[in-house]
Design a protein around this ligand. Structure first.
Ligand SMILES: C[S@@+](CC[C@H](N)C(=O)[O-])C[C@H]1O[C@@H](n2cnc3c(N)ncnc32)[C@H](O)[C@@H]1O
Length: 320
């Protein structure tokens, strides 16, 4: 099966040429000869007439048809990540605060600008929501098979963004309800993507707690997909504590995240995207320790998979 991992190049000129090609509608439409000449140099695997090249181009055409805004947001982010690494990469692990202050990538993710529905808030929020939604579109086929929902599940997903992961879970498991809590501008963008059976958005700050009343039920499943790494340890633990408080008696908490950064292991430009967040990713054992500290009766299992890098799905089950 073709995936973005087969297409995304590792080196910077190829990222730049791919971005420019996609912006001018290639491979669905013709690209200028000069640009195609650059593509022959930097992206020969996409330009050939062999079966492999033809399949890769067909994949790009399908992805652009399904999520043009997201694919282009991903290429923009990769350009920014390559730039940040080139200019300030020495700081990433040694002085993360200084790196964040100077980087283009971190200025994109401004959650404070997603707190209302003003035109400015929507405009600031749209590009990074498009980016993470596009990533999640790629990640869901790997992660959903590692999650098992009970029949008629009531699912709560704090930080569920535009609902891309929710929609993939709904298609696989047909839960009774799936409620996403996310910030107002993010939830509005999620609603704009249309409906799915049982899906709804609560536009609120998840740190306020009271998840049972926000959801309107005691969740059978509370899912954190690429959410907890955003928070320092103590705050991530507070979110887990609220999850344990809100969970139904026989419920489960599911955490899906990249494991701790282990170098440029993926072999595509996504390594740069992951490197800029390298200080934040944690191994599953860190969350397992937090959960066990909060509730020693939980039974924890961990499954690993490889997408752009290594990922885990941790499931913590409470016995009724
Ligand atoms: C790294 S993104 C991951 C999004 C999504 N789960 C995914 O994997 O595509 C983190 C999410 O947490 C949301 N978020 C951040 N702070 C929040 C808060 N205080 N309350 C609710 N959601 C928040 C962001 O808006 C964003 O959608």
């Amino acid at each position: 099966m073709t995936a973005w991992a087969d297409i995304l190049p590792m080196h910077i000129p190829a990222v730049q040429v791919l971005d420019r090609l996609l912006r001018c509608g290639w491979p669905g439409s013709a690209a200028p000869d000069g640009l195609l000449g650059e593509a022959r140099l930097f992206l020969p695997q996409l330009i050939g007439t062999d079966r492999k090249s033809t399949a890769l181009r067909a994949f790009i055409v399908a992805e652009m048809a399904a999520d043009r805004e997201g694919v282009l947001a991903r290429l923009s982010f990769l350009r920014s990540a390559c730039r940040d690494v080139a200019l300030y990469g020495d700081l990433i692990l040694g002085d993360t605060e200084a790196f964040m202050a100077q980087s283009e990538t971190f200025s994109l993710f401004n959650y404070d600008l997603a707190r209302d529905l003003s035109e400015a808030a929507m405009e600031a929020t749209r590009p990074w929501v498009a980016y993470v939604s596009n990533l999640t579109r790629t990640e869901a086929p790997f992660l959903v098979p590692l999650i098992a929902l009970p029949n008629d599940a009531q699912v709560l997903e704090p930080g569920g963004n535009s609902g891309v992961f929710a929609r993939a879970l709904i298609e696989a498991w047909h839960p009774k309800r799936h409620v996403v809590i996310d910030l107002p501008a993010v939830s509005a963008l999620g609603r704009q993507r249309g409906t799915a059976q049982g899906l709804s958005f609560v536009a609120d700050d998840m740190r306020k707690g009271e998840w049972r009343s926000l959801a309107g039920f005691a969740p059978d499943v509370i899912l954190f997909k690429s959410v907890l790494h955003d928070w320092p340890g103590a705050e991530a633990e507070l979110l887990l504590a609220e999850a344990i408080r809100a969970l139904a008696p026989a419920g489960q908490i599911v955490i899906a995240e990249r494991t701790a950064f282990r170098g440029m292991t993926g072999g595509t430009a996504m390594d740069y995207a992951n490197l800029v967040f390298a200080a934040f990713y944690r191994d599953p054992m860190v969350y397992q320790t937090m959960l066990k500290r909060l509730s020693p009766d939980l039974t924890v299992t961990v499954a690993l998979t490889v997408i752009d890098t290594e990922w885990f799905v941790l499931t913590a089950r409470r016995t009724a």
